[in-house]
Design a protein around this ligand. Structure first.
Ligand code: MLT
Length: 261
């Protein structure tokens, strides 16, 4: 795994960004650049991404969380604001469960705390087998369009190509690994319920993959959560409206600074 440092800084807690599937840290580039300055901003390339697809452990987001924790500690980060989009949110919750001392605040962006339905799980396993057997990411290529909201497909159509290029660069073995890891994840709503720090739940109002209802479910479960609905954005709100997502995460970081000061 690789930890990318967008920016150094010690004015407040560092922010750690965890990406969605089937992507890598680049989906955070624009939002990271728009985050208010002063504090360190890092992003992690999770297992299965280019450069992180060799020697993969048994598929499981718990392994991803443990590797993130090890990378953060190796970089001298012992407490952070952790924000994850979709699969990154699943990993953030696994991190809060397994390494609570590292997580001062949670940013849950276009994600959910619940497990897959049986149907979704079976579909993931089918896709994993197809990707692996064909040694191609073609089965997940349609996500370049599906991840975006209807408004972005019209007004920001270049994002379809941006996402398509990133998806094409993912190693098939890593894509299969991530699908199996996500299929195996449990419901972590109880982790969210037990989490005492500030939580920011962010969701695009056109997100059809993890829709607004799931975001409201997380807000209701958490002890100290705020909801930010990003207008005219789909499942990739951090890419579709990076300024809005950066503002939401900047607010979260300030809340986290205030509770740890
Ligand atoms: C993602 O964006 O990470 C994926 O849509 C997550 C998922 O397949 O559940």
């Amino acid at each position: 795994m690789t930890l990318h440092t967008y920016r150094a800084g010690d004015d407040g807690l560092p922010v750690v960004l965890l990406h969605g599937f089937p992507l890598d840290h680049r989906m955070w580039d624009a939002a990271a650049a728009a985050l208010p300055g002063g504090r360190a901003v890092h992003a992690v390339d999770l297992p299965g991404t280019p450069g992180s697809a060799d020697d993969l452990p048994e598929p499981g987001l718990e392994a991803s969380a443990d590797l993130v924790a090890a990378d953060l500690r190796a970089a001298g980060v012992d407490r952070a604001v952790v924000a994850g989009l979709s699969m990154g949110g699943y990993v953030a919750l696994a991190l809060a469960e397994r390494h609570p001392e590292l997580v001062a605040a949670l940013g849950l962006v276009d994600t959910k705390s619940t497990a897959d339905t049986d149907e979704a799980r079976a579909n993931r396993l089918r896709v994993a087998a197809a990707v692996e057997d064909g040694r191609t990411v073609e089965p997940v290529r349609p996500m370049a369009t599906a991840l975006l909201g209807e408004s972005s497909r019209g007004a920001r159509a270049h994002l379809v190509d941006v996402l398509g290029d990133w998806i094409d660069e993912q190693p098939p073995a890593g894509v299969a690994w991530s699908q199996r890891a996500m299929a195996a994840r449990p419901d972590r709503t109880d982790v969210l319920r037990a989490f005492a720090g500030p939580v920011q739940v962010v969701v695009g109002d056109e997100d059809t993959i993890t829709p607004v209802e799931g975001a409201k479910h997380m807000v209701a479960a958490a002890q100290d959560a705020q909801l930010v609905v990003v207008a005219r954005s789909g499942h990739m709100s951090a890419l579709e409206d990076p300024a809005a997502v950066a503002a939401a995460l900047g607010d979260l970081a300030q809340r986290a600074d205030a509770t740890t000061a």
